[in-house]
Design a protein around this ligand. Structure first.
Ligand code: ZN
Length: 460
């Protein structure tokens, strides 16, 4: 480049960014970092932020967004940048990247009041529910469903334990795409028995975790057939896909499809009782629990654990990536959970995450929908104010009791001589025992897809 040309470009750029930044010609553009410094100086406040959040960012009409109140000024400026403002104390603020899945608890409550102002009886609620449901199917790109592979499930040998058995199973849910899980059955299967889906959440180590094993083994010891299964691109699905593939929005569609196809498969068992079908999971598994129950009436009972909240929609693309919460002009997980009514539902909440205000805020709304059906007694909330975000023992005990009551299972089968529910008869397996495809993935079928673009093509 000639020197002359270089200087001309430089002159042009400085014209754009310096001179024009001060006028309407360039929409009064100013670097965000400078604007923050201006706010700090003008209002005598301190604003903390990570450097990479403001890097290369510009604010249009910067000075025009200033107001006498520093709070309003910050709101005006940062809303234009997808940045959230957190007031830490008087005169002290913190900036964070906008998190689309989060509202403030007050905004969550406000949205509930707004949503519930639209229906006041069973008829108006069912209209809302039906239109929401068809929008959910569309948002997930599951209407129509992608073609179903004709292959038979891959099932490993049975391990026998005290009152139950375990087998590892892989189901081909899309051509060359497998979902793996563990099938827990009562040792003695007689007549029709309940079926329980146990979708996994984002807790480390997925379905291999002891709490996952306890929960399914106990369901089987109580007399039900239970299946615990991997998230997409987690567990053995990671033999096919990179962990980053879990961050694609379509992970939500794939996981919903997996649950629906697992449901088809489990209902094909000769002992399966279609009148007693449940789903339960914690956190991301709780999101899956609410969504599948809303989508499919074959689910007769649901137990979403530590997830139902008016102000948190689930921050992982597998929970909110396909925009299901934008359906029906905007919804939330409380309304999605309400779509279970009048089917029995237990909400488990705790004091340390976004379910902290469930008893006071979310649960009364949920109950109102059950009241439209005169079935308020079918929905319950177990709130554990001292506990945090997990599917720990006390949460599992509440779930066992709820399922046993509604599905006519004999809790005595899992109680000790003191009449307490006892998990000590469960054998916790070592992780490799739970693999379908072998310790090194050596038995992964030859048709296994390893390219996410191929999966994408199934949803076109
Ligand atoms: Zn996820």
């Amino acid at each position: 480049m000639s020197t002359r040309k270089y200087f001309l470009i430089l002159a042009f750029l400085s014209c754009c960014f310096i001179t024009r930044a001060q006028t309407s010609d360039d929409q009064f553009r100013k670097p965000l970092k400078e604007v923050i410094a201006d706010i700090e100086k003008q209002y005598h406040v301190k604003i903390n932020f990570p450097e990479d959040l403001v890097k290369d960012r510009w604010v249009t009409y910067a000075g025009w967004r200033f107001r006498p109140s520093v709070d309003v000024t910050l709101e005006n400026i940062m809303a234009s940048q997808d940045i959230s403002v957190q007031k830490q104390s008087e005169g002290k603020y913190k900036l964070k990247a906008f998190q689309y899945h989060l509202k403030t608890p007050e905004e969550g409550k406000e949205q509930l009041e707004y949503l519930w102002s639209h229906f006041n009886d069973k008829a108006s609620w069912e209209l809302r529910k039906d239109s929401l449901r068809s929008e959910l199917w569309k948002a997930l790109k599951l209407n129509p469903m992608p073609a179903k592979p004709a292959s038979k499930p891959i099932v490993t040998a049975k391990r026998q334990y005290d009152g139950y058995t375990v087998q590892n199973v892989a189901l081909e849910t899309l051509p060359g795409v497998y979902v793996c899980g563990s099938l827990y059955m009562p040792s003695k299967l007689k007549g029709k028995v309940p079926v329980i889906l146990d979708p996994d959440g984002h807790f480390g180590d997925g379905r291999y975790r002891a709490d996952c094993q306890y929960r399914c083994a106990m369901q089987a010891r109580m007399g039900a057939i239970a299946f615990s299964y991997d998230l997409f691109a987690w567990g053995e699905s990671a033999l096919q896909f990179k962990s980053q593939d879990h961050r694609h929005a379509l992970a939500q569609s794939i996981q919903a499809l997996n649950s629906l196809r697992i449901l088809d498969w489990m209902l094909s068992f000769k002992n399966a009782d279609p009148q007693r079908v449940a789903i339960t999971g914690g956190s991301g598994g709780g999101s899956q629990t609410m969504l599948i129950t809303a989508l499919d009436d074959r689910i007769k009972l649901s137990v979403p654990v530590v997830m139902m909240s008016s102000y948190h929609s689930g921050g992982c693309p597998c929970e909110s990536g396909m925009g299901v919460h934008l359906c029906g002009g905007g919804t939330n997980n409380v309304e999605i959970a309400a779509m279970a009514a009048p089917r029995p539902q237990l909400i488990v909440s705790d004091g340390k995450d976004w379910t902290q205000q469930v008893p006071a805020v979310e649960f009364p709304y949920l109950k109102k929908v059950y009241e439209f059906y005169n079935k308020a007694n079918q929905v319950e909330n177990v709130h554990l104010p001292k506990e945090g975000h997990d599917y720990g023992k006390s949460k599992r005990l509440a779930m066992y009791d709820f399922i046993a009551r509604h599905f006519n299972l004999d809790l005595k089968k899992v109680q000790n001589s003191e009449g307490e529910i006892d998990e000590t008869k469960v054998t916790i397996e070592k992780y490799p025992m739970m693999y379908v495809f072998g310790e090194h993935g050596e038995r992964l079928p030859a048709n296994a897809v390893k390219d996410f673009d191929v999966v994408k093509s199934y949803f076109k």
